[in-house]
Design a protein around this ligand. Structure first.
Ligand code: AMP
Length: 212
């Protein structure tokens, strides 16, 4: 099963990707996490991309493609994967077709820009394992501490309000055109990203089970 998740930054892609990855026993691949991992490890690549990521701009297609191509060869991808954050533009969508072949479904999560701006203000991230929380909608069990690995939670620099506005404008300009690309291929499964996390997951699982 090869799934793609598209939606504005903060639409809830990472949260839903984790649920779907567990349910269908497929790998969750977040290109944002792959890139952040390079920054955390202070690799040469990490140092090259840190300023780009913090400004909310896109990292070059070449760099992301390299990380992704390597990631999909790992054994946890044997049943398939769910891509969260890739593709981000038409060139990446075309590249994906050549790298992984036929995609089964593209989940398109819709959330208004105003809601995104409100949501991002409450987002907290674990710098160690990448788990995301929200102080109102998905709080950690212990204030400021990651439920998964116990590290202290942070506000990501790319969740800053001005950076979020930049990310939304890039999303509308670069990423949104991909929706028509996949509509033409009849692959889109639309999901309203507003509401209870568990209700959104259930609707997605039902629709994906039905499409199998
Ligand atoms: P995300 O965690 O998906 O919100 O991504 C965080 C940041 O990582 C983005 O704002 C980009 O700077 C970078 N990024 C993630 N995925 C991609 C991609 N497919 N192409 C280019 N840049 C990406």
């Amino acid at each position: 099963m090869k799934l793609v998740l598209i939606g504005s930054p903060g639409a809830g892609k990472g949260t839903q990707a984790k649920v779907l990855s567990k349910h269908f026993d497929i790998a969750h691949i977040s290109t944002g996490d792959l890139l952040r991992n390079e920054i955390n490890k202070k690799t040469e690549l990490g140092l090259e991309i840190i300023a780009i990521m913090e400004s909310g701009n896109l990292v070059s297609d070449e760099i992301v493609k390299k990380l992704l191509s390597k990631r999909i060869t790992l054994s946890d991808c044997k049943n398939g994967f769910i891509l969260d954050g890739y593709p981000r533009n038409i060139a990446q969508a075309q590249e994906l077709d050549t790298v992984v072949g036929q995609i089964d479904k593209v989940i398109f999560m819709t959330v208004s820009d105003d809601t995104i701006i409100e949501r991002m203000a409450g987002r907290r991230a674990c710098p160690k394992c990448g788990q995301m929380f929200h102080i109102k909608y998905n709080p950690p069990k212990k204030d400021g501490i990651c439920d998964v690995c116990g590290d202290s939670l942070i506000i990501r620099k790319d969740d800053d309000k001005d950076v979020v506005k930049n990310r939304l404008s890039i999303y509308h300009k670069e990423t949104a055109p991909i929706i028509d690309y996949y509509k033409d291929k009849n692959l889109i499964l639309q999901s309203d990203g507003i509401g209870e996390i568990s209700t959104i997951s259930k609707n997605l699982i039902d629709a994906l089970e039905g499409a199998r």
